[in-house]
Design a protein around this ligand. Structure first.
Ligand code: C6P
Length: 405
């Protein structure tokens, strides 16, 4: 993992006189030089619009864009690269499913099952969909230990369930969800499953065929890639019945004054000029992960960072940690906590004065924050470029805060 750190030039800077410690990967990761170079090289040598121009640059840009799609398809184990749709990010991917598949397939009385630990991106599209269709939204509870109540699944998934939409890893608690088991139970009643992989794909190898999910959404910027690009995986058997999300250039087979016929998915869902350089950059991030990241080692390293943070924070007076701590010590990549009597924003500001970047707030999961009984908490999240020394500096800073005030 030492080798990995040197690929991230942004980490070699100071905040005032303190070295920067970047513990906010769950909000957005940093990018390695290889991704920065791929973006720069695209604009220097290959920039053109795609799928349109009959000229050398356009053909080159098209090939780079479509090659990126193939790289991502291979990376997530898709059966075919047509199952990979470029989006702006996880949020747009989930909205696409709600607006296209959801609007076509949901009717009054149908049920959508989500969990209580969803990010707003995997809650609000379903809230809006049930308001429009008369369908019903149900919730898999979060246990006091910070896991999902898997024992409730058999009563929650019924013949009326049409979709289960669930996160693969919580951005608040760090909880890892057994989506494979949920997929089996959903399919047994003929329901579909959408997996929000925004917080899992930066840290583990995902195989969509092994998970047997129908939809899977994630963002490029959390997995060492650029902002403004993400992926929605859609199982091929669902393509035929999907209407376009937005309509415009690039998605049509034939247009008349009053009618149009659509191209197949993925083009059907990529109206307008897409984020071409960013897609190429995401392809470079996938290359980087394939070539430079060993996922077993990454998991061990992140678990060691998490363990050190938990063991350093847990004994501190006034500090309350959230999440399934024993699980996180084995395979986590974040810690979430409050300091009694102090606002989370003040804690984050104090840490910032010590050069440490964390996130504070409700983490775009307000219903969960309400359930935990804290309007805001502090989250320190890690990746392979972080070190145990950084965690020690963080624990020292937190010790100073709670003992000296
Ligand atoms: N969570 C965080 O700090 P976008 O914004 O579309 O790239 O990703 C949305 C999203 C969806 N699902 C989960 C589980 C997420 O964690 C996020 C983004 C960031 O926790 C920013 S709010």
């Amino acid at each position: 993992m030492k080798n990995m750190r040197k690929d991230f030039p942004i980490l070699n800077q100071k905040v005032g006189d303190k070295p920067l410690i970047y513990f906010d990967t769950a909000a957005t990761s940093q990018r390695p030089q290889q991704v920065i170079d791929a973006l720069s090289s695209f604009y220097t040598d290959s920039n053109a619009n795609i799928h349109r121009g009959i000229h050398m640059l356009s053909e080159r840009a098209t090939e780079l864009y479509e090659t990126a799609r193939e790289k991502i398809a291979n990376f997530i184990g898709a059966a075919d690269s047509c199952e990979v749709v470029f989006t702006r990010g996880a949020t747009e991917g989930i909205n696409i499913v709600a607006e296209t598949w959801g609007m076509e397939n949901l009717k009054a009385g149908d049920e959508i099952l989500v969990s209580e630990m969803e990010h707003h991106a995997n809650l609000l599209p379903w809230q809006r969909l049930v308001q429009r269709t008369g369908a019903i939204l149900k919730f898999i509870p979060v246990t006091p230990g910070g896991t999902l109540a898997m024992d409730k699944l058999d009563e929650l998934i019924t013949p009326r369930t049409k979709l289960v939409a669930v996160t693969h890893a919580s951005n608040v608690l760090g909880t890892h969800v057994d989506v494979k088991t949920i997929a089996k139970k959903a399919h047994a009643v003929g329901a579909r499953i959408l997996v929000d992989a925004a917080q899992s794909i930066p840290h583990e190898k995902i195989d969509v065929q092994d998970l047997d999910c129908d939809f899977l959404a994630f963002s490029g910027h959390k997995m060492l890639g650029p902002t403004g690009i993400g992926i929605l995986y859609i199982k091929k058997e669902l393509h035929k019945a999907l209407p376009p999300y937005q309509v415009g250039g690039g998605i049509v087979y034939e247009v008349d004054f009053n009618d149009a016929q659509w191209l197949e998915v993925p083009q059907r869902l990529e109206a307008g000029t897409p984020a071409i350089a960013q897609a190429v950059g995401l392809g470079a991030a996938v290359d980087y992960m394939n070539e430079r990241v060993n996922f077993d080692e990454l998991k061990k390293h992140e678990a060691a960072l998490t363990t050190r943070a938990i063991e350093g924070l847990a004994p501190l007076p006034k500090v309350r940690l959230f999440g399934p701590l024993e699980d996180l010590k084995k395979s986590g990549h974040l810690v979430n906590f409050v300091v009694e009597g102090m606002h989370a924003h003040d804690v984050a500001e104090y840490l910032n004065c010590n050069g440490i970047a964390v996130r504070a707030g409700h983490h775009c999961a307000q219903p969960l924050a309400k359930k935990l009984g804290v309007p805001a908490s502090v989250r320190a999240s890690f990746h392979g470029y972080n070190t145990l020394d950084e965690v020690d500096s963080f624990v020292t800073a937190m010790t100073g805060l709670v003992t000296e005030g």
